[in-house]
Design a protein around this ligand. Structure first.
Ligand code: ADP
Ligand code: MG
Length: 138
């Protein structure tokens, strides 16, 4: 575990880029933090470093996107899911495939499913630290 401190969105993207170099197919990264903490920003940096050229924004009308990168890059946002316990347990399976690298914003809703899931390889926590400053635990 390490803590990185950033003071701009670009610096947080760069942290995502470095994280990307430590990831491979099958990895699932949980990204937690309040609204506006920089979860999507960090994932954007990671996705770019993994060869994604299309815009990386939070999924809105669906729980996730799969971007085309050097490998498939899944980006999920579970904010609107109150509790995945009530949903089909296979809901995540389209995204957490062995060939893909997956990033999950607001993983809390899927806690019951993801707890003890050996696909979860990293947990990133981003905290506001005043103004544009952020503390990123990863
Ligand atoms: P989340 O996905 O956690 O809700 P976003 O990444 O969508 O957050 O938004 C973060 C917002 O905060 C963006 O508008 C970004 O430009 C801004 N920002 C300011 N400073 C930082 C920083 N150090 N790291 C990340 N984002 C920052
Ligand atoms: Mg977001």
């Amino acid at each position: 575990m390490r803590v990185e401190r950033t003071s701009s969105a670009a610096e947080t993207e760069a942290v995502g880029e470095r994280l990307a170099s430590e990831l491979g197919p099958g990895d699932v990264v949980l990204v937690s933090g309040e609204l506006g903490a920089g979860k999507t920003t960090l994932i954007r940096g990671a996705a770019r470093a993994l060869g994604v050229r299309e815009p990386v924004t939070s999924p809105t009308f669906t729980i996730g996107h799969v971007y085309r990168g050097r490998v498939p890059i899944s980006h999920l946002d579970l904010y609107r899911l109150a509790d995945l316990g009530q949903e089909d347990p296979a809901l995540l399976d389209d995204y957490l495939t062995p060939d893909a690298i997956a990033f999950i914003e607001w993983p809390g809703a899927a806690q019951a499913l993801l707890e003890g899931d050996d696909r979860v390889s990293r947990r990133v926590k981003i905290r506001h630290a005043g103004g544009d400053r952020r503390e990123i635990e990863l």
